[in-house]
Design a protein around this ligand. Structure first.
Ligand SMILES: Nc1nc2c(c(=O)[nH]1)N[C@H]1C(S)=C(S)[C@@H](COP(=O)(O)O)O[C@H]1N2
Ligand SMILES: [Mo]
Length: 200
């Protein structure tokens, strides 16, 4: 019998699938380089520091008092899976940046997790409704495996930029490599331009 169509878990291509990616469907793979921390939300804090007028730290309760914001759409992992129709809830990074007020020199952000995981981003890519700090997925608390209690979400870039267990955003006047970028991954990581590795 003629073989056509798709095999295994590969689903038909869709026009919102970036190059080299496949649709993982309802699965959600866990990709973690370090030991998964078990963080008590009441002991977690979120800070915005570095080149800002007002370095600010929020507690769990203070974060939840900020205006809520929802992301609905896909996420794209550099290991080639994309997941469509995700819903994350949290706050927009814009709200945090508005409070901390980056200085005119600030051009990049280094996100840091409680575990020491880091990732770098141009400031313009976490502004304008493009990035969130999230604590819920599909209406349920984010599990520890997926970065709970709180992770960064920058869904227009490859998912390694979305630091799990995020605790700090540091504004810098230069780009500073994070964990995967030091190991050869791209500084920006735009899935539509297939920026997987340095030089792509
Ligand atoms: N702290 C931390 N954040 C991380 C990672 C990690 O290893 N540690 N992996 C990154 C990578 S490579 C991906 S694809 C996503 C995976 O998120 P998930 O495990 O919720 O799918 O988290 C990103 N954030
Ligand atoms: Mo990844």
């Amino acid at each position: 019998m003629a073989q056509f169509g798709f095999t295994g878990r590969r689903r038909p291509p869709r026009d919102d699938l970036p190059p080299g990616q496949y649709d993982v469907g309802t699965e959600w793979p866990v990709l973690t380089a370090e030991v998964t921390p078990q963080i008590d939300p009441q002991r977690w804090t979120m800070s915005v520091d570095g080149l800002v007028e007002h370095p600010t730290t929020w507690s769990w309760d203070e974060m939840h008092a900020l205006p809520p914001s929802v992301y609905e759409g896909p996420i794209h992992c550099v290991t080639t899976w994309s997941k469509f129709g995700t819903t994350f809830e949290g706050v927009s990074v814009d709200v945090l940046l508005d409070a901390a007020a980056p200085t005119a020199e600030a051009s990049h952000v280094l996100a840091t997790s409680t575990t020491g995981y880091t990732t770098n981003l141009p400031l313009e890519h976490v502004r304008g409704g493009q990035a969130w700090v999230v604590w819920s997925f599909d209406g349920k608390p984010l599990t520890h495996d997926h970065g709970g209690p709180v992770r960064l979400l920058v869904p227009h870039l490859y998912f390694w930029k979305s630091a799990k267990w995020v605790t700090r955003l540091t504004l810098l006047d230069h780009d500073q490599h994070g964990f995967w970028e030091r190991n050869g991954y791209h500084d920006l990581g735009d899935p539509w331009r297939e920026q997987r590795y340095q030089g792509d």
